[in-house]
Design a protein around this ligand. Structure first.
Ligand code: NAD
Length: 459
C-alpha cells in the first residue's frame, strides 16, 4: 500500500518507519525540514531506542520524508500524527490537525479512495470535524472518495518501536466497511507475530517476548476517540492513587513497595502503573486529562475522579519539595542536584515534566539548582530558556557542593554512578530517591542519608 504519515514526531516517525519496514511505500510529511532531512539521511529525528536503526535500514528504500503534501494524491492511507497541545482552558488545540486536514484536502484525488486516519489524540467528534474540513477545502464532489477514521495510538515513549510492532490492541473507529477493510489489510502483518519479530531482530532491538497476538478491535469513530482519553485518564488515576497511598504509608509506618506488590497480585488490579513516583507528567497525561476534564465540564458530566487525580498529582510534586525541606530545614540558599529531567527513562522528551514544576517550586524558595539528564537536557533548556539553573555534562557533577541529590528519573546509568565520589563532593549527603530505584543499603553504606518515597518501614 501507499502510506503517508503526517508529523515526524514520536508517533509519526515511528509509525512511518514501521509501515515502511512492513513493506509499504511510506512517506513521512513534516513542516520541520530538520526532521525531514534526518529521515532522508537515514537518521532519527527524535531519540527513541531502535528508531534510528529502523530508519537507516529503510530510508531511501520504502521510506522517504518531505515537507510537501503532493504524495497524498497517490496515498491509500494517510495517518495524521501531528501534535494536539492544550489551550489555556485545557481543551485540545486542533490547529495543527486543521492545517493538516486542509493540506490533505487540497491534494486528494477524485479517482481513488483514501482513508484518512486520526492517530493523534483528538477529542470526540474530531473525525467529523476533519471530514467537514476536507469537504470544504477539496475539489471532490462527494465524500465517497475518502473516509476519516480514528485509530488512536497507545505507544509508550522509550518503547515506541516495540509497541508499534507488538501492540496489545489495535483500535479502529469507523462504521465505513471500505475503510475497515483497508485498515485490516494494512495491519494484517501485525496480526501474526512472525514478521514484527523478524524486523525487531533485524534491527537488534531486544524486546519482551510476547506470545499473545494483538486484539484487533473495531468500533465506531466516537468511541475509538473516547477510548484513548479514557485509557490515559485511567492510568493517571491509578498512579495518583498509589502515590496517595505511598504518602499515607510514610505516615503509618508501612511500606508502599510491598503494598503495591500485594495489591498487584490481585489479577483484577494488576501490577502495572503501581510504581510510586514524584507524580505523572510528560507530553500526554497532563494534556489528555485536561482535555478530558474540559470536555466533561462542557457537557455537564464532570469527571470528578479524574479531577481529583490531577489535584493529587500536583500535591505529589509539592510533596517532593516539602520532603526535601523537612530534611534540610529550609531550601533557602541550599544547593539541590537533580538526576533526571525526562518523565521516564529512554526518551529525550521533557515536555511538561514534573522536573520543571518541582525545580520552579524550589527556585521560588531560594534554592540553587543543578541538573543532569542523559538525553533530555537540550529539550529541557529549549522549553525552559529562562530557568536560572546549571546543566551538568557529567551526572556526578550534580553533587558538587550540594545539600541534596534528588533522583527524579530512573535512568539505568544512575545506579552505576560513582556514589563515593559524589558523597565526597556534597555539602550534606542526602539522597531523595523518588523512584525507589537505588539500593538503600548500598547508598547508606556510603554514608548518605537516603530516603525513598512511601517507605515508612524498611527491612
Ligand atoms: P510531536 O510534537 O513529537 O510531533 C508532531 C510533529 O508534527 C512535529 O514534528 C511537527 O513539526 C509536525 N507538524 C505539525 N503540524 C504539521 C503539519 N500541518 N504538517 C506536517 N507536520 C506537522 O508529537 P507526538 O508526541 O508525536 O504526538 C502526536 C500526537 O500523538 C498527539 O496528539 C499525542 O497526544 C499523540 N500521542 C503521543 C504519544 C507519545 O508518546 N508521544 C503516544 C500516543 C499518542
Amino acid at each position: 500500500m501507499k502510506v503517508v504519515c503526517i508529523g515526524a514526531g514520536y508517533v509519526g516517525s515511528v509509525t512511518g518507519a514501521a509501515f515502511a519496514a512492513l513493506g509499504h511505500h511510506t512517506t513521512v510529511i513534516d513542516i520541520d525540514t530538520n526532521k525531514v532531512n534526518a529521515i532522508n539521511e537515514g537518521t532519527s529525528p527524535i531519540f527513541e531506542p531502535g528508531l534510528e536503526a529502523l530508519i537507516r535500514k529503510f530510508s531511501g528504500r520504502t521510506l522517504a520524508a518531505t515537507n510537501q503534501y503532493e504524495v497524498v494524491t497517490d496515498a491509500d492511507v494517510v495517518f495524521i500524527g501531528v501534535g494536539t497541545p492544550s489551550k489555556e482552558d485545557g481543551s485540545a488545540d486542533l490547529k495543527y490537525i486543521e492545517l493538516a486536514a486542509r493540506n490533505i484536502a487540497e491534494h486528494l484525488d477524485r479517482n481513488r479512495y483514501t482513508v484518512i486516519v486520526n492517530k493523534s489524540t483528538v477529542p470526540v467528534g474530531t473525525a467529523e470535524h476533519v471530514t467537514a474540513l476536507i469537504s470544504q477545502y477539496s475539489n471532490l464532489t462527494n465524500n465517497e472518495h475518502f473516509s476519516v477514521i480514528s485509530n488512536p495510538e497507545f505507544l509508550r515513549e522509550g518503547y515506541a518501536v516495540e509497541d508499534v510492532f507488538l501492540p496489545d490492541r489495535i483500535v479502529i473507529g469507523t462504521m465505513d466497511n471500505q475503510a475497515r477493510s483497508v485498515m485490516k489489510e494494512l495491519y494484517s502483518q501485525l496480526m501474526d507475530l512472525q514478521k514484527p519479530i523478524e524486523v525487531l531482530q533485524e534491527i537488534g532491538l531486544a524486546v519482551q517476548p510476547k506470545d499473545e497476538l494483538p486484539v484487533y478491535f473495531e468500533t465506531d469513530t466516537r468511541s475509538a476517540e473516547m477510548i484513548k482519553y479514557a485509557s490515559n485518564a485511567f492510568l493517571a488515576v491509578k498512579i495518583s492513587y498509589i502515590n496517595e497511598v505511598a504518602r499515607l504509608c510514610e505516615a503509618l509506618q508501612s511500606n508502599a513497595l510491598d503494598v503495591a506488590k500485594g495489591m498487584g497480585l490481585d489479577s483484577r488490579i494488576g501490577n502495572k502503573f503501581l510504581q510510586v513516583s514524584s507524580g505523572w507528567s510528560g507530553s500526554c497525561f497532563p494534556k489528555d486529562t485536561a482535555e478530558f476534564l474540559a470536555a466533561s465540564r462542557k457537557h455537564g458530566r464532570e469527571l470528578n475522579v479524574v479531577k481529583a487525580a490531577v489535584e493529587s498529582n500536583l500535591e505529589m510534586h509539592a510533596y517532593i519539595v516539602e520532603k526535601t525541606k523537612r530534611k534540610l530545614g529550609t531550601l533557602f540558599g541550599k544547593r539541590i542536584g537533580f538526576l533526571g529531567l525526562t518523565f521516564k527513562p529512554n526518551t529525550d522528551d521533557t515536555r511538561n515534566t514534573q522536573a520543571s514544576i518541582i525545580i520552579q517550586m524550589m527556585l521560588g524558595q531560594g534554592a540553587n539548582i543543578q541538573v543532569h539528564d542523559p538525553q533530555g537536557m537540550e529539550m529541557f533548556r529549549h522549553i525552559n530558556p529562562n530557568l536560572p539553573i546549571a546543566y551538568c555534562d557529567q551526572a556526578e557533577q550534580v553533587a558538587l557542593n550540594a545539600d541534596a541529590v534528588i533522583l527524579l528519573t530512573h535512568w539505568e546509568e544512575y545506579v552505576h554512578l560513582d556514589w563515593n565520589e559524589m558523597g565526597n563532593m556534597m555539602n550534606f549527603k542526602y539522597v531523595l530517591d523518588t523512584r525507589n530505584f537505588l539500593s538503600s543499603h548500598f547508598i547508606r553504606d556510603k554514608g548518605f542519608h537516603y530516603e525513598g518515597l512511601g517507605v515508612g518501614i524498611e527491612y
